[in-house]
Design a protein around this ligand. Structure first.
Ligand code: BTN
Length: 332
């Protein structure tokens, strides 16, 4: 099996990011097995895209700054070979990254492939809801996973991506978001992100899963106010615009670590972290599972992704459903 690599532009930028100061064209050409002319061509293309790269005679190239754009090379440069997110496929426009990921997975796209879009014409949420965002404002992406996993544990993937989003925001942005099982991330009592995990199976085993994320990044408060449920963006909460490319790389890096740990048997530990970051732990909730409505106290989360609901003194796992809190005040 080959390990997925960044594009040449991503690899050159990766070398510039990791080099303390200058990197010579000769050294980069040797490391990447390409010509110096090819390196110079990549540098010139990166500059055209808005990266500031200085060239000092006889010393080499130095990265000065990156633009606040979702440039694939900026994501790839921050990912290790074989990391989730490689290969990375960027679309200015697509119907839905989840739909495209499913089409590509059916056609054999490898584990880890990430599809990211500037705009979706048919972005989908859970329960056939729509997911919208103005072009170039949000992070809209889907990862194709081919884990060796029984379908009973597939919903853990949804929990892992929620954790990855929260970890990345906390570590790199100082933002403390909370998770509302099964698929929402909240900030300041309003929805910041939604996850949509879809999968196909064969003989009780997952064939592939598509983990989709819609994260509100740079939407303006006025636009958020027009949505049919209270929503938050990172810019609205922090007062500054965020770089979507670096944030995507940070989320993919966290997701890679979590996925590896989960597959190596770390599900219990992750369920504990999930509980610590949960908005509903210890609260009375109503859970809608299709036509059925259940009421109880959220007392924990199982390693395979389910909510543990205490109903009349008995603790039962709920595999999927829509949660509402009896007391919405706690969100504020
Ligand atoms: C929800 O909150 O209901 C889940 C929303 C998931 C939206 C994301 S945006 C990227 C990916 N592509 C889609 O069509 N949906 C997911």
């Amino acid at each position: 099996m080959t390990t997925a690599q960044a594009s040449t532009a991503g690899q050159v930028l990766g070398l510039l990011l990791r080099g303390n100061g200058e990197r010579s064209g000769q050294e980069m050409a040797q490391r990447l097995g390409i010509s110096r002319a090819a390196v110079a061509k990549v540098i010139s293309a990166l500059r055209t895209q808005g990266l500031e790269i200085e060239a000092a005679p006889r010393r080499g190239y130095r990265l000065v700054s990156e633009p606040p754009l979702l440039l694939p090379a900026m994501v790839e440069a921050r990912l290790k070979p074989g990391s989730l997110g490689l290969p990375l496929i960027h679309f200015p426009e697509i119907d839905s990254t989840n739909l495209e990921a499913r089409r590509r997975a059916e056609a054999g796209a490898p584990h880890g492939t990430c599809l990211v879009a500037e705009h979706q014409s048919a972005g989908r949420g859970r329960l056939d809801r729509r997911w919208q965002a103005p072009k170039g404002s949000a992070l809209l992406f889907s990862i194709i996973l081919r884990p060796v996993l029984g379908i009973r544990r597939v919903f853990a993937l949804n929990n892992l991506i929620s954790l990855a989003v929260c970890r990345a925001l906390e570590k790199h942005g100082g933002v403390e978001a909370a998770i509302k099982w099964p698929n929402d991330v909240y900030l300041e009592g309003k929805k910041l992100a939604g996850m949509l995990t879809e999968f196909t199976s064969r003989a009780e085993a997952v064939e592939y899963a598509v983990v989709g994320v819609g994260l509100n990044v740079n939407q303006e408060p006025d636009w958020l106010a027009g949505l049919d449920q209270p929503a938050m963006s990172l810019m609205a909460a922090t007062g500054h615009a965020w770089n979507r490319a670096t944030l995507l790389a940070q989320i993919l890096e966290e997701m890679t670590a979590l996925h590896d740990h989960f597959m190596a048997g770390g599900g219990d530990e992750m369920a504990q972290e999930y509980a610590q970051r949960s908005l509903i732990l210890g609260l009375e909730v109503t859970v809608r599972e299709g036509q059925a409505v259940r009421r109880g106290k959220a007392v924990g989360f199982a390693p395979e992704g389910s909510l543990l609901l205490e109903e009349d003194g008995e603790i039962n796992p709920i595999h999927h459903g829509d949660v509402s809190l009896l007391d919405w005040e706690v969100l504020a």
